[in-house]
Design a protein around this ligand. Structure first.
Ligand code: ZN
Length: 208
């Protein structure tokens, strides 16, 4: 029974990883297309090139993602085993135990999905930045952008500083990236891709 629960947990964690990887790819592509279309004002298809694909792969491989799959797998295994032990000790029927197992699995999955959702929003942003870069390159002109930074008690110092230093009329992309690099470095954060300072950040890239 223990081995069966182990195998089941591994299988489910693998399936979830594949599903989230697909979501990441789609969110990124959607971000690229939406920003590109915004600049170009056409529905012309934008190309997803090798550099884009590499960026997607690196985003999928982020350590905090692998940590969450491992936590998911471990949490699932433990809670299923606990559910079975308690069920047997209480003399529950097989169908009662199975129904409790389903509830445990749903709860663990919900936690993983909630985390993935925040990250996928960030990856959408990353795609938008790439889409703007592609659009500018083809139009051979630059525009100004700013970040909408969600500000509340959970906002880190780096993002507070970022919010205060972006002028109202925005910055060109190169300067915006450089500013994030400078602030990020000072706060011990590295810029992932070109717009992600850290996991779980809540910013939106928009044209000024
Ligand atoms: Zn932050």
């Amino acid at each position: 029974m223990r081995a069966a629960v182990d195998n089941f947990s591994i299988l489910l964690a693998r399936r979830m990883k594949a599903a989230v990887d697909d979501d990441i790819t789609n969110a990124f592509k959607h971000g690229v297309t939406s920003a590109y279309t915004e600049l170009r004002g056409t529905e012309n298809k934008v190309e997803i090139d090798t550099a884009d694909k590499e960026l997607v792969r690196s985003l999928q491989g982020e350590p905090h993602f692998s940590r969450s799959y491992n936590n998911y797998q471990d949490g699932l295994r433990e809670s299923l085993q606990r559910t079975i032990s308690i069920g047997i000790a209480d003399g529950q029927s097989i169908s009662q135990i199975v129904s409790e197992m389903g509830k445990s699995a749903n709860l663990q999955t919900y936690k993983l999905v909630r985390l993935a959702r925040t990250e996928i929003n960030n990856i959408y942003n990353e795609g938008r930045l790439r889409g703007y870069l592609k659009g500018e390159k083809e139009l051979k002109r630059q525009f100004k952008y700013r970040l909408i930074v969600m500000q509340d008690r959970r906002t880190c110092r780096a993002h507070l500083e970022l919010a205060s230093r972006i002028p109202g009329n925005g910055l060109i992309l190169g300067d915006l990236i450089q500013l994030q690099q400078e602030i990020g470095n000072r706060h011990g954060l590295s810029l992932k891709g070109h717009s992600l300072l850290h996991p779980n950040q809540r910013t939106v890239l928009v044209r000024a």
